[in-house]
Design a protein around this ligand. Structure first.
Ligand code: TRP
Length: 331
């Protein structure tokens, strides 16, 4: 069975973009692959969170993963910092990660621009830590968005370099896992861009949003002045609302509004009301499940413990083999 690995930084609440972009697919994948899903809390240290911050966010991401249907019996769901073997591999990989290539990494250049007051060494070596995450379990596939492709390429580079250095074929090359046509784009409510942090909280529907919050956000969604001739092509904000409908509404509902758009009788207020209602129907059961899991401390710590044990079994095997290759004693 091939191994799939995915990490997510614990930045708080997940949104519909996360759900349709990855989470929903992970639920399917856990039956077909040996899956590792982890919360990258070590990576999050680059932005200097408080201990309360970390704890809260790790817990809520974990609860959201579980509520969405990730099964801790099937997949290995763990917290990165519970597996210090990753940190050891990170150190080894850093010994032949070159400053020049790390500085040229697009995400590092972005950070220099966005947070010039905090350009720390952890940011520079972010790709090495990510490579360690991937190589520690010898992952075959990593589901990545465009912004992570370069990091995955660097993981291949570091693995191959290690192999060449020690003249063996120890690490396999991780490949991007492509969801193909199953990948649905979830637009933001502000008429432009994808749903997610960068478009702001008001344009993003979180899995934890209560009905009144969803209603308010959808009501404020950007529209245009309306079609004036039959079958007029849609502007981006309107096409986006229809795109959102396509994931939460019934086909008849979508058809109804499409027809009323095409014959110019549409009232965007009605469209939004319906969209909000259907989104609420979709999000409500998830939100309730998340709340239930969040309040079940015992279950959460059982899951965490189980994930840690499974992840450590795989990671310590790798680290022992790597130590031997490097010329250290095995543990
Ligand atoms: N860098 C990823 C992100 O920001 C998170 C991440 C850390 C990751 N380690 C990983 C993703 C390993 C995939 C594999 O989204």
């Amino acid at each position: 069975m091939k191994t799939v690995l995915s990490g997510i930084r614990p930045t708080g609440n997940l949104h519909l973009g996360n759900y349709f972009g990855a989470l929903r697919n992970f639920v399917e994948m856990q039956h077909e692959y040996n899956c590792y899903f982890f919360i990258a809390d070590l990576h999050s240290l680059t932005t200097h969170p408080t201990p309360e911050n970390i704890q809260g966010n790790v817990k809520s991401v974990l609860a959201q993963y579980l509520a969405a249907g990730l099964d801790p019996e099937k997949a290995t769901i763990y917290i990165q910092s519970d597996v210090p073997e990753v940190i050891e591999l990170y150190l080894y990989l850093n010994m032949n990660a070159y400053i020049g290539e790390l500085e040229r990494c697009a995400s590092f250049k972005d950070k220099i621009r966005l947070q010039p007051q905090n350009v720390n060494a952890g940011l520079l070596t972010y790709p090495t830590l990510m490579a360690a995450d991937i190589l520690i379990h010898k992952a075959d596939f990593v589901p990545v968005g465009k912004d992570q492709e370069q990091h995955l390429e660097m993981a291949r580079t570091f693995g191959n370099r290690f192999n060449r250095m020690y003249n063996n074929e120890y690490f396999t090359e991780p490949q991007a896992f492509n969801f193909g046509k199953e990948l649905i784009k979830i637009p933001a409510l502000n008429g432009a861009g994808k749903m997610g942090k960068s478009e702001g909280d008001d344009s993003t529907i979180f899995l934890t949003d209560k009905p009144e919050v969803i209603l308010k956000k959808v009501k404020r969604a950007v529209t245009d002045s309306g079609p004036t001739v039959p079958n007029q092509p849609m502007t981006e904000p309107i096409a986006n609302l229809f795109q959102l409908m396509s994931v939460v509404s019934k086909p008849e509902t979508i058809e109804f509004f499409r027809n009323s758009y095409n014959d110019c009788s549409i009232r965007y207020g009605d469209l939004k009301k319906q969209l909000a209602e259907d989104m609420i129907q979709f999000v409500n059961p998830l939100r309730e499940k998340i709340e239930e899991v969040m309040s079940n401390e015992k279950y959460l710590s059982q899951v965490t413990e189980m994930g840690k044990e499974k992840a450590k079994a795989s990671a310590s095997k790798t680290i022992n083999e790597v130590r031997e290759i490097i010329g250290f004693r095995k543990y």
